[in-house]
Write a protein that binds this ligand. Structure first.
Ligand SMILES: [Zn+2]
Length: 212
């Protein structure tokens, strides 16, 4: 199949256009469950929010951990809140390879069959049996934003990314639609490097009527 299209780049300057999105780069990070938080930081410990993230209710915490693999360790990996039902470590493939950790390409929360690592905190360490992933690229959309574009939750969309020195397309990116989502394309640091992402980079959602 050959996909052929032309992009009108002037559209990218119109921030009110519902198909134009910001590009959010997800650096490596960790989501913790309550039990693991207490093992690593002590009983009854609570995270200290440092700054809010683009997705409503989510925050980067002051706290960081060291992720240990068979070849190297990655220090100062930030914890994101709020707590979740299961601990999840998100690394780029490049980092995972350097550290000697296997990170399967997965959607967030899909941890069946994933590998683990060792996490080190101020109160001790824990051996994580599973939960290390390389998070698959995804597009967050608020319900109202998705409705304007005719996109439903889990629908796959094509996306054109434009940076000053590099442009390109990502195909079949899943949309995450809901009241607690806000429009932002989430990519990891490997993809951000590929597309030379800066604060001025933009994403254009390419609507394809043949896709659901
Ligand atoms: Zn995300």
């Amino acid at each position: 199949m050959i996909r052929k299209f032309t992009i009108d780049e002037s559209v990218l300057n119109d921030d009110n256009n519902p198909a134009v999105s910001t590009v959010g780069v997800s650096n490596h990070h960790i989501h913790l469950c309550q039990a693991d938080l207490e093992k690593l930081f002590g009983e009854g410990y609570q995270l200290h929010p440092k700054k809010p993230l683009t997705q409503p209710g989510q925050f980067a915490a002051e706290e960081t951990l060291t992720v240990v693999g068979t070849k190297a360790m990655i220090e100062h990996v930030r914890i994101l809140g709020p707590l979740r039902s299961e601990t999840q470590v998100e690394l780029s493939e490049t980092e995972a390879r350097l550290a000697g950790i296997e990170a399967l390409l997965r959607d967030s929360g899909d941890l069946e069959g994933t590998k683990g690592c060792i996490l080190m905190g101020p109160n001790g360490h824990l051996v994580l049996e599973r939960g290390v992933i390389c998070a698959a690229t995804h597009l967050h959309l608020h319900t109202d934003e998705a409705a304007k574009l005719g996109i439903v939750d889990h629908q796959r969309v094509d996306i054109y990314i434009h940076s000053e020195n590099k442009s390109g397309c990502l195909f079949d990116v899943p949309a995450r639609v809901g009241e607690l989502h806000a429009k932002d394309l989430h990519i990891d640091t490997d993809e951000a490097n590929t597309f030379k992402i800066t604060n001025n980079s933009k994403a254009l959602i390419l609507l394809n009527e043949n896709k659901k």
